[in-house]
Design a protein around this ligand. Structure first.
Ligand code: HEM
Length: 211
């Protein structure tokens, strides 16, 4: 089945910029491999010291899901190498399963207050839910629904990009303390709304209701 995440008429440079940012942020997340967390992620030191398993599971696996997006949404790769798409899809799903569960744990233990914690925890739950449904539909060969739920999942994975765009803007305007709790919501709710709009616009009907 021919499915393409890029809606008709959507500027190609926007999609390219999105995929390049995803890969750059994913690669940058591995900075903890070359220098101490205290140095390269100082705000995360409490996670690294108090819950290292959850922390390293999250920052080790979530970037894999992010970096896989451009490959998984490549129509060319899906057509030429469907087996590669399936194997990378399994890797995407397992990465999100573990990064999502650890993400809930990190959200629960964040030092940035209850509003941030709730925003991040709901993001993690939505991430697990949308990705789980996407995998479930793929296993039953319901590809229209698989596509729709993967677009929703990708919109949430891309919260890692939008959050890192909003963070410096928030810090430079109202300051980190005031902006972070808001960013923990606006990094993903509009992404999900945009995904829904793209899906409805592409089909002229709500997506997810058809087999
Ligand atoms: C979409 C669901 C995600 C959730 C719910 C989530 C949740 C979290 C939480 C709660 C923290 C700790 C923040 C704090 O204590 O204030 C964190 C940190 C982190 N997350 Fe995620 N995350 C998600 C996706 C991703 C993705 C896709 C990446 C890929 C790059 C990623 C990479 C990281 C990194 C590298 C950190 C350490 C913070 C830093 O960048 O300095 N996360 N995440």
């Amino acid at each position: 089945m021919s499915v393409d995440a890029r809606p008709q008429g959507y500027p190609k440079w926007v999609v390219t910029a999105m995929w390049v940012s995803a890969v750059l942020i994913a690669v940058g997340s591995y900075r903890f491999l070359i220098a101490d967390v205290a140095l390269v992620m100082p705000a995360m030191l409490h996670h690294a010291l108090e819950r290292p398993l959850m922390f390293y599971l999250h920052i080790g696996l979530a970037p894999i899901a992010l970096a896989l997006l451009p490959l998984q949404f490549s129509k060319g790769l899906r057509k030429a190498r469907p087996a590669v798409h399936r194997w990378l899809g399994r890797l995407y799903g397992v990465s999100i399963l573990l990064a999502g569960i650890s993400g809930i744990w990190l959200a629960y233990t964040t030092e940035e207050g209850p509003v941030a914690a709730l925003g991040l925890a709901l993001l993690a739950l939505a991430w697990l839910w949308t990705t789980g449904l996407a995998v479930w539909h793929a296993m039953r060969r319901r590809f229209a629904q698989h596509r729709a739920w993967m677009i929703r999942s990708a919109a949430l994975t891309l919260a890692a990009v939008t959050l890192r765009i909003y963070l410096p803007i928030g810090s430079a305007t109202v300051g980190f303390e005031a902006s972070y709790p808001v960013i923990c919501w606006i990094a993903w709710v509009p992404n999900l709304m945009l995904a829904e709009w793209i899906l409805r616009r592409g089909r002229g009907a709500p997506v997810g209701a058809t087999a």
